[in-house]
Write a protein that binds this ligand. Structure first.
Ligand code: CMP
Length: 505
């Protein structure tokens, strides 16, 4: 090398340099034939350095006096060109073809930086300067370099940690602080920073050091689906279960909303404007999330409109008029007439005169239950009879000690239940649960007593139904003690008990 330098100082092209030039050209040629046409831009840097090398060389020939000063520059450019071409060939061509996905940018940058450092050291050595001595002889220089590199090195190691641990990758959607605007798609992770493009199509360059300290929310991992929340208010008049169904159906056809995991609805709050529903659904296209949220709201709006309901706005109704005795009586009368009509539809009360039905309607009350609610619980000692106006209930036998309950029957509009406890004074024989939203009429013991006094024939009809049901009940409940008896026996036995309870002759 020293010989070569000697000849260089005399302004001649020495053999080592010739070999370097040959190597550089060979590497460039290999690179040119192996990189795809669209990546040809990569060649620009090493070729540029080689051209500059030629210019410096020409200058050296023209101005011999400058040769001493220009020689290291020429050497640096020549080695730099070979180094850059070699790195590109090794990483992009040889390694790049073997790896399933592109090599992380940070590794490419680091390898390139190391090669340039090696080129710098080789050049310094070639001109007789020992690079190590530069650092050791100047403590001040070392301190300055150390301090200024502190932040950079921190970012670089954080970048390496990101590459190794992979809390996120290029293509993932991340949020790195509480600011909702700071959410975006990772487009590049380099040795200093990570580039993220937000929904506003703004590129944010976040230093790796910041990311390594932040709690990162990755919307793409562990699964590509992430949950969205939309809040909808519907009027109080609409039963929540109905609104839930309607929203789920509306979302099922909304483009961009995932089928699985399925959307869900939660009755969230009772507000001035109406009942607030929290609608949760999943999506995978984070870049379209605002438009998908909007489409979901649109679908819900139109589904409500088709029902003749509009989304309520906050309102407060201030009743300034005095409720007159007359209007109050009218409201009460309407409710009684409604109940009278429902009672007429129940087989059991078909025998009642209009007058008795009216009396019964006056003494009963209306009750609403939602799907899944328990109306009557097995073993309780309450004693109302329920008539079903709307909806369906399930009669269930709870079997203590077993985890399998048995459904005995399903009852719909026009049917009644709860007669056993009411008529016999026994505890509830089974649990009755609403299968859908239900409107029921509750008949208390006093009301029933009045009706039986007026129309004792009802007791017989009830005991018949009751005996039938009891027989069915006993048949199903194998483990309960059944005293085998004929239907006639059972009916008269029950009738006796009923008459006694209601003091009938
Ligand atoms: P009660 O015992 O007061 O409460 C539970 C109710 O379930 C019961 O009255 C009946 O009304 C009802 N029930 C019990 N067995 C049957 C059956 N086999 N078919 C229909 N309803 C029943």
């Amino acid at each position: 090398m020293n010989d070569a330098l000697g000849s260089l100082f005399e302004g001649r092209l020495f053999s080592g340099e010739l070999a370097g030039l040959g190597l550089s050209l060979a590497l460039l040629l290999a690179l040119a034939v192996s990189v795809p046409t669209k990546a040809r831009g990569l060649l620009r840097q090493p070729i540029g350095m080689l051209v500059l090398y030629g210019v410096v060389r020409a200058l050296m020939l023209a101005a011999q006096g400058l040769a001493g000063f220009l020689e290291p520059v020429a050497l640096l450019l020549l080695l730099g060109s070979s180094g850059r071409a070699g790195v590109l060939l090794a990483l992009d061509v040889v390694l790049g073809r073997r790896l399933a996905r592109p090599l992380p940018r940070i590794f490419r940058d680091l390898v390139q930086a190391l090669v340039y450092v090696a080129v710098g050291i080789a050049t310094l050595r070639a001109v007789g300067v020992e690079p190590g001595s530069l650092l050791t002889t100047s403590a001040l220089l070392t301190a300055v370099i150390g301090l200024s590199l502190q932040e950079t090195l921190g970012n670089m190691f954080a970048g390496l940690a990101i590459q190794v641990q992979r809390p996120f990758e290029v293509g993932d959607w991340i949020q790195w602080d509480a600011e909702p605007k700071n959410i975006g798609k990772v487009t590049e992770i380099n040795w200093r920073a990570t580039k993220v493009v937000t929904l506003d199509h703004v590129e944010i360059i976040v230093p790796n050091g910041t990311l390594s300290k932040a709690p990162i929310r990755n919307y793409t991992k562990p699964t590509s689906e992430s949950r969205r929340s939309v809040y909808v208010t519907a009027p109080y008049e609409l039963p929540p279960t109905r609104v839930h169904e309607l929203i789920i159906r509306a979302l099922a056809e909304t483009p961009g909303v995932c089928e699985t995991p399925a959307p869900t609805v939660v009755t969230n709050a009772f507000l001035d404007a109406g009942v607030e529903y929290w609608v949760r659904f999943f999506l995978t296209d984070m870049d379209r999330r605002d438009r998908i949220d909007s489409a979901a709201r649109d679908r819900i709006y139109f589904a409500l409109r088709r029902l003749g309901v509009s989304i309520p706005f906050p309102n407060r109704t201030v009743w300034l008029h005095q409720v007159s005795e007359e209007s109050r009586a009218q409201a009460k009368e309407t409710a009684i007439v409604d109940r009278e009509r429902s009672l007429a539809r129940v087989d059991l009360f078909a025998v009642l005169s209009a007058e008795d039905r009216r009396t019964l309607a006056e003494m009963t009350s209306q009750r609403a239950y939602t799907k899944g609610e328990i109306v009557v619980r097995q073993g309780d000692d309450d004693g109302d009879l329920f008539l079903i106006e709307e909806g369906e209930v399930s009669v269930i036998l709870d079997r203590p000690g077993t985890d399998r309950d048995v459904e005995i029957a399903r009852l719909g509009p026009g049917k009644f239940f709860g007669e056993m406890a009411l008529m016999t004074g026994d505890r509830r024989s089974a649990t009755v649960k609403a299968l859908t939203d239900c409107e029921l009429i509750a008949v208390g013991r006093d009301a029933f007593q009045r009706i039986l006094e007026r129309s004792p024939g009802i007791a017989e009809r009830v005991s018949e139904v009751l005996a039938d049901r009891r027989a069915e009940f006993d048949r199903i409940a194998e483990e309960t003690e059944v005293i085998p008896s004929s239907k006639a026996q059972r009916t008269s036995e029950l009738l006796g008990r009923i008459k006694k309870l209601f003091s009938l002759r």
